[in-house]
Each structure stands twice: as C-alpha cells, then as structure tokens.
Design a protein around this ligand. Structure first.
Ligand code: CO
Length: 222
C-alpha cells in the first residue's frame, strides 16, 4: 500500500465520471482558470472548501492554514491574495472559520504544543482584544464558539488592511470580503454579516459584526 493505489483508482473513476457528464470539462479547464471566489479557510480535513459549497474544479481559488488566519507577514497568504485579486481579478474573498476549530481551542486552552504555538499566538491576540466579552461567558463551549466567530471577524479585518485589498479599492476594482463560519455538526454555512467592498465601510461593519456576536445574535442563530 506504499503507493496508495486506492486513491489513484478513485481518481481515475472520478475523471471518467466527469468526462461522461461534461465531455469538454477538462479541455476547457486546462486552457485557463477563471475562479469567482478566493477561499481562506482552516486546514481542518472536515472543511473542504469546494465540497461544502458544492462548486466544481475551476470555481474556487483556495488557501488554507491552521485556524484560517490572515497574518500580515505571511508571504504565502499574501501571494495567494495578490495573485487572486490582481491577476485572476477575483471579486469575492471569503474567510471561512468553523465551530469546533482545534486551533482556536488550543489557543484558548493555552496548552504548549510546540512550534505551532507561535502561529496560535495570533489567536491569543484575538482573545486579548476581546477579553471582556470572552471573560463574561461561563460555558467553555460557548466561549470557544464565540472565539471561532470573533477570529473570522478579525481575519476579515486583516484582509481589508492588506495593501493588496486597499490598493484594489483605491483603483476602483470590485473586491468584496466576506466572513463565514461553518458548523461541523450539520454541514451548514453561516454568514457572519461582516461584508465589505470599500475601505470607508470597514470600521462600522467590523463594529457591527462584533456587536452581533457580543449580544448573542450569532450564537442564538446556531
Ligand atoms: Co479549524
């Protein structure tokens, strides 16, 4: 089993099934990619971007890392974002978190796990920023869920603050940034309502999104 033959067999079956349904699919797709969405999501194996949104290959440009973070010095994320916005001219940037995120839980617990602690430190910053709100939540699971949602809001704010998105907006290019969260329990996506397409709306939209989480509107919708 060193060659993982079962995955190659499944690939061959999948490719022939797609060809049967749409004979020109691969010919058209290999000529160019023209995705409508950039997805920045968690690396968690249970949150596969194109599968949960039921889109086909070619529809979605994807970047995933532990806890769907947008770190200002992350050259990998920035390169994906720059290529998506400036070359592919993608109009919709989606940051999607998920309830039950192990990265978020680890940051909240403060356990020492090794190198990854340095990455999770960025979530600790989110905890510190929203200390008052999180400190007032008794239940551990409610606290973790709230932090999952807050983390998405903070990462969307980070996307909006990149030179890439700000330059695009300055040029008058259409770029809309979205904050979504996914429930592992039932496979349902929820829009956290932080949706911005111009710089002057960012602060008010950020405050409104945090307020919705603070007053429980988001949690109650679960
Ligand atoms: Co996760």
């Amino acid at each position: 089993m060193r060659t993982l033959n079962h995955l190659f067999e499944r690939n061959a079956e999948w490719a022939s099934r797609v060809r049967e349904e749409t004979p020109d699919f691969f010919a058209e797709l290999s000529a160019q990619q023209n995705p409508g969405y950039l997805w920045i999501g968690c690396a968690d194996s249970r949150v596969p971007a194109s599968e949960i949104t039921d889109v086909r290959p070619g529809d979605m440009f994807v970047h995933r890392n532990v806890a769907n973070m947008v770190v200002h010095t992350d050259l990998n994320m920035l390169s994906v974002l720059q290529y998506a916005v400036e070359v592919l001219r993608i109009e919709h940037v989606i940051v999607c978190g998920h309830y039950g995120c192990g990265g978020v839980a680890a940051a909240l617990a403060g356990n020492r796990l090794g190198l990854i602690d340095n990455w999770l430190r960025h979530i600790r910053d989110v905890i510190d920023r929203h200390d008052d709100l999180l400190g007032g939540i008794k239940s551990d699971s409610d606290k973790a869920d709230t932090l999952c949602a807050l983390n998405v809001i903070e990462q969307v704010a980070n996307v909006c603050q990149t030179t890439i998105v700000r330059d695009a907006w300055d040029r008058g290019q259409d770029v809309c940034v979205h904050a979504w969260i996914y429930r592992l329990e039932d496979g349902i996506l929820q829009d956290l309502g932080f949706c911005v397409d111009q710089e002057r709306d960012v602060d008010a939209a950020y405050r409104a999104a945090v307020a919705r989480i603070t007053n429980g509107t988001i949690r109650n919708a679960r």
